[in-house]
Design a protein around this ligand. Structure first.
Ligand SMILES: [Fe+2]
Ligand SMILES: [Fe+2]
Length: 287
């Protein structure tokens, strides 16, 4: 179903704080000689397994959480910014971005999942959980799409994603996608949602969300659709099990019922967001 998995795409969703040491990676793979014999697909798979393990380490780490000042002190140690879209950077030391497979003439949502968002484990697993929990279809669709705009940009990704999908999905789906980002910063015991330790690591333990996030949270608390983005946060599921082969197939009927695929192809339909789809389709355009 999916195109060959690329080295980094999809895996860096929300986990840009990972510090990967090249020597650790090579040692895990069995040393320089073993690595030299692997073909590029085997290397990609091996790196994906390694990153999954590294993410588990971050999630399970008992190290003290950094402060905001310590998080900020890392900025000038990187060759990329944490908010850059996954398609645009290779974050592992020494890694290079990959040549992307071409998009078909009239790309569908499935083509973007297969060729630009893959492996998309995080969103597929979140949507699988939402389906298992018997949530309404528009929320399952929101879970499926909620972080995919991180291929384009990670900073403020909920707002970018909502805009990207607005012309094609039900209003409540776009609403849920947009505001899941803000609600991720606020616990809600009524839904069993706690502030994530991952955010303490990513942002610093003394981090205060930006004013627009706090303002949107205040607005959402009184909004009749509060539950829609809250359910996305509750089903925002991190488990990058590299052995789990998850497919978009179980969601085809929901996509068919609720996603208005433009006949010209995403990016070719002159919608207000067509340029965003084109940028994801052709991230190597120099201008
Ligand atoms: Fe998110
Ligand atoms: Fe997520």
């Amino acid at each position: 179903m999916f195109a060959p998995r690329s080295v980094l795409r999809g895996l860096t969703l929300d986990v840009g704080c990972m510090e990967i040491k090249r020597e650790n990676l090579i040692a895990t793979l069995g040393g320089e000689e073993v690595v030299a014999r692997l073909d590029s697909e085997a290397k990609a798979d091996a790196l994906e397994d390694f990153l999954s393990t590294e993410l588990d380490k971050i999630l399970l780490s008992t190290d003290p959480f950094p402060t905001v000042a310590e998080v900020d002190a890392k900025i000038s140690t990187r060759h990329y910014r944490m908010g850059a879209g996954n398609l645009f950077v290779a974050t592992a030391p020494g890694a290079k971005v990959k040549v992307l497979p071409p998009m078909p003439e009239k790309p569908t949502l499935y083509d973007f999942f297969a060729l630009r968002f893959a492996p998309a484990n995080h969103v597929l697993q979140s949507a699988t959980l939402a389906m298992k929990n018997g949530l309404p279809e528009e929320i399952i669709l929101a879970c499926l799409l909620h972080d995919t705009a991180q291929a384009l940009i990670k900073a403020d990704h909920g707002y970018w994603a909502a805009q990207l999908y607005e012309p094609y999905v039900p209003e409540k789906t776009a609403f849920a996608i947009k505001y899941h980002q803000a609600l991720r910063f606020f616990a809600d015991p009524a839904y069993g949602y706690e502030y994530p330790d991952l955010y303490r690591r990513l942002f610093g333990e003394d981090y205060v969300p930006l004013p627009h996030i706090r303002a949107d949270y205040e607005m959402l608390k009184k909004h009749p659709w509060y539950e829609a983005p809250r359910l996305v946060t509750v089903n925002d599921f991190y488990s990058f099990d590299p052995k789990a082969k998850i497919s978009i197939d179980p969601f085809r009927e929901i996509i068919g019922r609720h996603f208005k695929q433009p006949k010209e192809g995403l990016g070719n339909d002159n919608s207000p967001v067509a340029h965003m789809w084109r940028t994801i389709a052709h991230p190597d355009m120099a201008l």
